[in-house]
Design a protein around this ligand. Structure first.
Ligand SMILES: NC(=O)c1ccc[n+]([C@@H]2O[C@H](COP(=O)([O-])OP(=O)(O)OC[C@H]3O[C@@H](n4cnc5c(N)ncnc54)[C@H](O)[C@@H]3O)[C@@H](O)[C@H]2O)c1
Length: 392
């Protein structure tokens, strides 16, 4: 299968490419790939573990090998010889120039960017370029995954985002203030019947206009924002308090991270999308809103080693208050990369089974799953397995 990464030179995308190529070459161990659990036996018939990668990018880097090497030098997130084993394949991956329209000051801080809109192209011209790049790569077994940096909240307009006609009018009339990179990439994928997974909190395919397009084109899509670390633990642990009828009074989550993702999120407009995405889950699990603090701070020396400190204050029998603490300390790209492959594989499976529109059952993979309030990891997992078995 083919995976087109938006943000192809990021640490999540490049780590997925390294892992995907190693698995394909020598059946390398598959720890971390949910889709390889025995529950999903037979998936390979629809989405084999054999990959071609491409993508859009806005940072000027020679090829995916150079990009991976830069991340490796900062993080040493796997053994060096693994990178050399797939060097040749990575060198062949040269991302196409993408758009960073309305991606905020955080993305501008990534350094010297090469983007389509910096050449004064209209929205129609940008879309045309993105589409051309994607179609040169894509075949029937292609999925687009958005793993680009997090955008600020969309300047939402019912007129331009509320319907497909309005969206296409926005493009035609070049209304740039209501566009954003992630919705343009999602539009191009769905318009061409290519499944789309949004691993980021950016809007992607979640606006009504693009949901309409996905249904019209009978194309599956899923998002938003990969659930990989602190929120994974939170939505796995939070139900425990509910099952035991314990009342959670307050929950503090304090996240520190470095690397490019941390740098982008150190800009308040980019951070806002992420905090909202992480913060909404407790209300969905409990039906009430405990006092909550969710903070994400840039801590450069940690690079990709994201650390989260959580403090939970809860009340039990006779109104007695008690406390629970946890620390999550993980290499962000290592927990995230395999999930992007899982999402792509399940989306391709969905397409081949004639399933289209938002695939709610893939909510297991996301912090803010589209069109469902189920954020409980346990029932999400059961839902995913049942969905797979029912349609297999
Ligand atoms: N555990 C995780 O790592 C995790 C979990 C959930 C979500 N995410 C999200 O996944 C995304 C990628 O994370 P990462 O750690 O790989 O970040 P990263 O900064 O290493 O990679 C992002 C890449 O996207 C590129 N980019 C930015 N804007 C772009 C655009 N408009 N078009 C094309 N390319 C663009 C950047 O240049 C960079 O190479 C982030 O949005 C992050 O919040 C990551």
């Amino acid at each position: 299968m083919k995976i087109w990464y938006v943000g192809a030179y990021g640490i999540v995308s490049t780590t997925a490419m390294v892992g995907g190529m190693l698995i394909e070459r020598n059946n390398f161990q598959k720890t971390g790939l949910v889709s390889e659990l025995p529950y999903f036996d037979g998936l390979s018939k629809y989405s084999p573990l054999s990959f071609e990668f491409g993508g859009h990018e806005i940072r000027r880097v020679e090829n995916a090998y150079q990009a991976t090497l830069q991340h490796w030098e900062a993080n040493r997130h796997f053994e060096r010889h693994l990178l050399e084993e797939v060097r040749e394949g990575l060198e062949k991956i040269q991302a196409k120039k993408g758009t960073a329209i309305n991606c905020g000051s955080g993305v501008q801080a990534l350094g010297e960017l090469e983007t389509l809109e910096s050449r004064d192209l209209t929205l129609s011209e940008i879309v045309e370029r993105l589409e051309k790049d994607l179609l040169e790569f894509a075949d029937d077994d292609t999925v687009v995954i958005n793993s680009a940096s997090t955008e600020p909240l969309l300047n939402y307009s019912e007129k331009y985002h509320g319907s497909l006609d309005g969206f296409e009018k926005m493009i035609q009339d070049d209304v740039k203030e209501h566009a954003s990179a992630s919705i343009l990439y999602a539009y191009v994928a769905l318009k061409n019947g290519i499944p789309y997974g949004n691993f980021t909190p950016s809007p992607g395919s979640s606006i009504p206009a693009l949901k309409e397009l996905a249904v019209e084109k009978k194309t599956p899509h899923a998002g938003n924002d990969g659930k990989t670390g602190e929120t994974l633990v939170k939505t796995t642990l939070a139900p425990m308090f509910a099952y035991r009828n314990l009342k959670v009074i307050g929950w503090m989550s304090y996240n520190i991270l470095g690397d490019l993702d941390g740098l982008v999120l150190s800009h308040s407009e980019n951070k806002e999308s992420k905090v909202i995405s992480k913060d909404k889950v407790l209300e969905k699990i409990y039906g009430y809103s405990p006092f909550s603090i969710t903070q994400i701070e840039y801590f450069p020396s940690l690079v990709d080693n994201k650390t989260a400190f959580d403090f939970i204050h809860f009340e039990g029998f006779l109104g007695t208050k008690m406390k629970f603490y946890f620390i999550w300390d993980a290499v962000d790209a290592i927990v995230a990369a395999p999930l992007t492959i899982d999402i792509a594989r399940f989306l391709l499976f969905a397409k081949k089974k004639g399933i289209y529109g938002v695939v709610r059952e893939l909510g297991f993979f996301f912090k803010s799953p589209m069109d469902t309030n189920n954020v409980n990891t346990h029932s999400q997992f059961e839902e995913l397995v049942k969905w797979f078995v029912d349609i297999f």
